[in-house]
Design a protein around this ligand. Structure first.
Ligand SMILES: O=C(O)[C@H](O)[C@@H](O)[C@H](O)[C@H](O)COP(=O)(O)O
Length: 237
């Protein structure tokens, strides 16, 4: 059963301020203890305000590497690109000094892109210091979509590539996702969700057995440390 700590806020703004301060402290501590820090963040509509707040935190960003928990198989200039979202909202202000390692690679097939991307991610510190997940109302997180033909393998915490390709009709386009090990092994794992619908979805997801019907539940059941759920009522439009 997942071991989670809920942090509830009255507004998206209060959540963004607290989550950014919490993550900034974790990154600064990692740099102090190990000389570097690595964080993997999610895309989608939810994280922009959190990114904007985090970008203003005064930490040694030149010792921090930012990557993604998943990416749509689209180039960085696509409006669907998570790398584009991170560039516009997180790699700004003080955080502009951070290094970025994206998941997208220009390849004909997503399998080849995943293989190339896995080599780049393998060079990052293990474990990652911070992972911030989102969640869809189908209980997916990262690109662990319940309808993906490979969902069972994606949820297995087996040794293997750090980046995997995902085909899923629900995803809207082919995806590249960090592996279960890379996500669940993080020193600090947060789930950032907003809106009453997502709170209900997550509560239900945690009450059913982890697995393809509840990918978020599978990740939270796999984490070594208790996961931190950050929730505010003001959902996305
Ligand atoms: O590429 C993505 O879309 C994300 O990484 C994905 O896992 C996201 O966190 C959820 O789909 C929630 O997305 P929203 O924040 O848009 O609801």
């Amino acid at each position: 059963m997942a071991n989670c700590e809920w942090h509830e806020f009255a507004s998206s703004e209060a959540l963004a301020r607290n989550l950014s301060e919490t993550v900034a402290k974790k990154l600064a501590l990692a740099v102090k203890e190990r000389g570097h820090a690595a964080i993997a963040v999610s895309g989608g509509r939810t994280p922009a305000q959190f990114f904007d707040q985090l970008s203003r935190c005064d930490i040694p960003w030149d010792k921090v590497t930012v990557t993604l928990v998943d990416e749509r198989f689209v180039p960085a200039d696509s409006p669907r690109s998570n790398a584009r979202l991170v560039a516009r909202h997180l790699l700004q202000n003080k955080a502009a000094r951070a290094a970025f390692v994206g998941l997208y690679q220009p390849a004909d097939e997503m399998e080849e892109a995943a293989s190339q991307s896995a080599k780049a991610i393998a060079a990052l510190p293990r474990p990652l210091d911070v992972v911030v997940l989102g969640m869809g109302n189908d209980r997916h997180t990262a690109s662990f979509f319940p309808d993906a033909p490979t969902i069972e393998a994606l949820l297995e915490p087996t040794e293997g590539p750090d980046v995997l390709p995902v085909a899923s009709k629900a995803a809207g386009e082919p995806r590249l996702t960090l592996s279960m090990n890379r996500l669940a092994g993080a020193r600090f794992l947060a789930v950032h969700i907003e809106g009453a619908d997502k709170k209900e979805t997550l509560e239900t997801a945690l009450s059913v057995p982890p697995g393809p019907a509840s990918p978020i539940g599978a990740v939270l059941a796999e984490t070594k440390e208790p996961a931190h759920i950050f929730w505010a009522p003001a959902g996305q439009a």
